[in-house]
Design a binder for this molecule. Sequence first.
Ligand code: AMP
Ligand code: MG
Length: 395
Amino acid sequence: MASVDEHLSTVLGLVGNTPVERIPVADCLGLAIAEDLRSPIALPPFDNSAMDGYAVRARDIRDAPVELPVTDDIPAGKTELSELAPGTTQRIMTGAPVPPGADAVVQVELTDGGVDRVLINGEVEPGMHIRRAGEDVQVGDIVLHAGAELGPAQLGLAAAVGAGELPVRRRPRVLVLSTGSELVAAGNPLLPGQIYESNGVMLAAAIRATGALAEVLSFVPDDVDAFHAALADRLDSADLIVTSGGVSAGAYEVVKDAFTGNGVEFRKVAMQPGMPQGAGNYRGVPVVTLPGNPVSAQVSFEVFLRPALRSAMGHAVIQRPTRSAVITQALHSPPGRRQFRRGRLDHAAGTVDLVGGPGSHLLSALAVANCLVVVPEGVGEVAAGDSVTVVGLDA
Ligand code: AMP
Ligand code: MG
């Protein structure tokens, strides 16, 4: 039996980095920036007002209340400025450039709001309410490091330094193929012995949530020819094939039968759920074969494929965050295997409840879980009140 870590490194090694391309900033949400982004400008780019008010020389209003002439008006976006003469003010708005000669802004609330002349009722220190050029970012600063995930704040920062496009790795194109003669598509009646196909939509969603592209092929029965036919004309455009089902120890294991001797190795991995796994290259395209039980398929995706897709897309962080939590129920884990149980983590209390049993068909429990409880290979029994490691699924 291979360890989880061994199979993870097999899968990580299979899916190479996709090429770097430059795409509009607005299309980059969730992707990783492929190169360091250096700012060509300072932020703020110029000294500007933090308040609506009046640009002044602080010493001119030291004896406030004082009335001064207002010699200019500076809305945000004004590009031509006049020097502030001693003993005068200029009306200024938030974000507008501070005129040369001014060393402070007095907020409008401390004045009568006058347009030609203004009565200023309080004094301000030199420098007050001025946001200095370069306070946030200096010219040449690396504002985003290669591998950083592009969330809303990172995209906002990229836009603020003037980037219209960012270098990211092309989204991997993943083919998803479900197998099983018992499978029926939604919308059709079920005969006894049949079930609705669900791994395709679940795995495609999981793939898309990483930022990769998923194409769900029509699922195939347990028939090797049908299996090969489903893939035949799709290989050119694929970076990865993900199958589910047909890899365990029974008869009619279509994925095993079709891929054995064709570049894909099948092995048992010391984990629960998800023991039967396969990986390799089929006609030059990386392949990962997941077990068919829905919870096994999804847990296997989390453990092996999500990190591999994030790695292919250049993320510096490929694993989800883990934390420890106090488990509220006892559990049993098979010896020598890493167990992944579904849990509900109470972030604030730091406790985790198990949802559902260990059975890998319990999809409704997976759907209310917000974490996986990870029981290491060497641990067989966990008692209520013990500290366990959990992997957040909602972070
Ligand atoms: P297998 O790995 O093909 O033996 O499948 C294991 C279990 O998962 C069986 O109960 C299958 O019916 C079920 N299963 C396999 N593929 C799917 C699928 N695409 N959607 C829902 N259930 C599936
Ligand atoms: Mg099957």
